[in-house]
Design a protein around this ligand. Structure first.
Ligand SMILES: [Zn+2]
Length: 65
């Protein structure tokens, strides 16, 4: 059986990220249903509350470790 890290979470993508441009908080716009969690290759859209920039992130395998 593979080692399980109890601190790791598979609850999905972070609800916010730090905006690379201004350091503000960018909020996740994309919603996922509990029975349809994001998979590698899915697109996450964040919107910065400060500069209103949009950030598209693609879910990759790293998010599922
Ligand atoms: Zn920003």
């Amino acid at each position: 059986m593979p080692m399980q890290d109890p601190t790791s979470s598979r609850d999905g993508p972070p609800p916010t990220i730090v905006c690379v441009d201004c350091g503000g908080t960018a909020h996740l716009l994309t919603r996922f249903r509990d029975d349809e969690p994001p998979e590698p290759g899915d697109r996450l859209i964040y919107r910065c509350e400060d500069c209103n920039d949009r950030w598209d992130l693609i879910v990759d395998e790293e998010d599922f470790r």
